[in-house]
Design a binder for this molecule. Structure first.
Ligand SMILES: [Ca+2]
Ligand SMILES: [Ca+2]
Ligand SMILES: [Ca+2]
Ligand SMILES: [Ca+2]
Length: 233
């Protein structure tokens, strides 16, 4: 009996080390909580001194829109909640420049600058959720794949594998506009597919600013069991 198994939805070779690291030496942004326990929206301010203030913090507004103001008002609304540590790395959100641990700095997520730099589309994402749209692809993954981090229908993943003739057809969703994908395989019992089967360029311009499109590839080989993976070039 022939068995076709869905394998890894995608494999990202690109490491995240090249992403801009979030500097948080002088500026904090919306990881700071307001008095109600919510996240201050869009605020940008600076810590200008650690002296002469209760709690050792003095703050000055710096043109932000989050409603944070000078010393007294700021101190009246600032609540440090060290128990809030969204990524569980032991660093409270207030001091963590990557609250959700997805490799994208809070500041970059607020402004969407990583996506803008890579794909020309600013895409602000949730600093407290590693997968902002809940589609199973982390924000870092969507950044590498060039998919919309705020649309659960936009992601890079194998959608189905079906028999066709003696072979099998592999379909995935991802990006058009000339994006290249390598189709990988592994025969026999499961192991991450590493054998390169083909390279597919999705020339379809795709839909919308994220060029959402589907890729497809027909495997002409007949095998008893083959696992597939698709890697964005
Ligand atoms: Ca943390
Ligand atoms: Ca993050
Ligand atoms: Ca996602
Ligand atoms: Ca998405």
């Amino acid at each position: 009996m022939r068995i076709l198994r869905r394998s890894l939805g995608c494999l990202a070779w690109v490491v995240l080390a090249g992403l801009p690291a979030g500097a948080q030496t002088e500026e904090l942004e919306s990881s700071v909580l307001d008095g109600a326990g919510g996240r201050a929206a869009g605020g940008t301010y600076e810590l200008v001194s650690a002296t002469a203030q209760p709690g050792g913090i003095q703050a000055s507004a710096a043109g932000g829109t989050g409603g944070l103001r000078h010393q007294a008002g700021f101190l009246g609304t600032f609540v440090l909640k060290p128990e809030l540590d969204h990524d569980g790395n032991g660093i409270p959100d207030e001091w963590d420049d990557d609250n959700d641990g997805d490799g994208l700095a809070d500041r970059a997520e607020l402004a969407g600058t990583d996506f803008e730099g890579a794909w020309g589309v600013a895409a602000p994402t949730d600093v407290n959720a590693a997968d902002s749209d809940g589609d199973g692809a982390g924000d870092d993954h969507e950044l590498l794949a060039g998919t919309d981090p705020n649309d659960a229908d936009s992601l890079f993943a194998i959608t189905d594998i079906q028999r066709e003739g003696v072979g099998a057809r592999v379909n995935w969703k991802g990006r058009g506009d000339g994006t290249g994908y390598r189709v990988l395989g592994h025969d026999g019992s499961y192991a991450p597919p590493t054998d390169e089967l083909d390279i597919v360029v999705v020339a379809d311009p795709g839909v919308g600013v994220w060029h959402a499109a589907e890729g497809t590839w027909l495997d002409p080989d007949e095998t008893d069991a083959r696992h597939y993976g698709v890697v964005k070039e």
